[in-house]
Design a binder for this molecule. Structure first.
Ligand SMILES: Nc1ncnc2c1ncn2[C@@H]1O[C@H](COP(=O)(O)OP(=O)(O)OP(=O)(O)O)[C@@H](O)[C@H]1O
Length: 249
């Protein structure tokens, strides 16, 4: 479903991503791990084209996507969340959901000429979908609350639910468990597993190894911007090179 081949990105003299590759198959939950500064978030930024790679190729559903804008990539069915949840604090939880979906549609001159009834119908459909998703993550009672009033964990939930507004095929989650209490971490894992059973694929950056072990069917390890290992979670966990990269010799 996703194949990123030999991606490279330098910031000045620093090679943040140095020829790393990854593949994610349809229906899977893949993990992307590695020590701090390994290049994981930069790798996400390259896949979703928030940052242009210096070299490399990204194929999604067999088609090259690196010439597309992030919102166009989202429309193809590849969406992402951020390490620090990006919510619009002065909009309500519900408005955050609807706004995200409208933005993914992109600028469309003809949309302004659509009959009002069709626009109203689309708005209604977006609202219904938003409420269904908010309910699925337990935020429906907070639909009218300002997003700025949510806790860190609730913001993560909102960001995940918002990513699903456009009915994506693959979601890139950047540290869904970071800064979240253990009870909510378990809930987040349950939500991810439920969405996966419904057909959604995931690529997840995560430092919490319990989360990685319980969710992922395949794990890719980056160190210093390069591939260090990949395989089943237990194999990767036992790999001496991986242990060394994490702990130092
Ligand atoms: N915009 C940028 N400008 C300069 N250096 C950057 C930029 N973004 C990332 N870096 C550097 O690139 C390297 C990789 O950073 P990145 O955030 O991708 O690592 P990471 O594996 O996600 O780390 P962590 O697990 O700590 O979030 C780091 O040394 C970081 O300081």
């Amino acid at each position: 479903m996703l194949a990123a081949h030999r991606l490279c990105k330098s910031f000045g003299g620093l090679r943040a991503v140095d020829g790393a590759s990854i593949e994610v198959s349809q229906g899977s939950i893949a993990g992307l791990i590695g020590p701090n500064g390994a290049g994981k978030t930069t790798f996400f930024n390259l896949i979703s084209n928030f940052i242009r790679p210096d070299q490399g190729r990204v194929l999604f559903d067999g088609e090259p996507i690196q010439h597309l804008q992030p919102h166009q990539i989202a429309r193809q069915g590849l969406v992402r969340t951020f390490q620090v949840a990006r919510v619009l604090s002065r909009l309500s939880v519900l408005e955050n959901m609807i706004f995200a979906a409208q933005r993914q549609r992109g600028e469309n001159f003809w949309y302004a000429w659509w009959p009002c009834t069709e626009v109203a119908q689309e708005e209604r459909q977006l609202r219904d979908r938003a409420m269904t998703l908010l309910e699925s993550v337990g935020l429906d009672q907070m639909a009218q609350t300002y997003a700025g009033a949510l806790s860190g964990g609730q913001r993560k939930l909102l960001e995940m639910a918002r990513a699903l507004m456009t009915e994506p095929k693959l979601v890139l989650l950047d540290e869904p468990a970071a800064g979240v209490n253990p009870t909510l971490i378990n809930q987040i894992c349950e939500y991810i597993l439920t969405w996966n059973r419904e057909g959604l694929s995931f690529l997840i950056i995560e430092h919490n190894m319990d989360v990685v072990m319980s969710l992922c069917d395949r794990v890719w390890v980056l160190a210093e911007g390069r591939n260090l290992a990949d395989g089943a979670p237990v194999e990767v966990q036992r790999n001496p090179q991986v242990m060394e990269a994490y702990l130092g010799q």
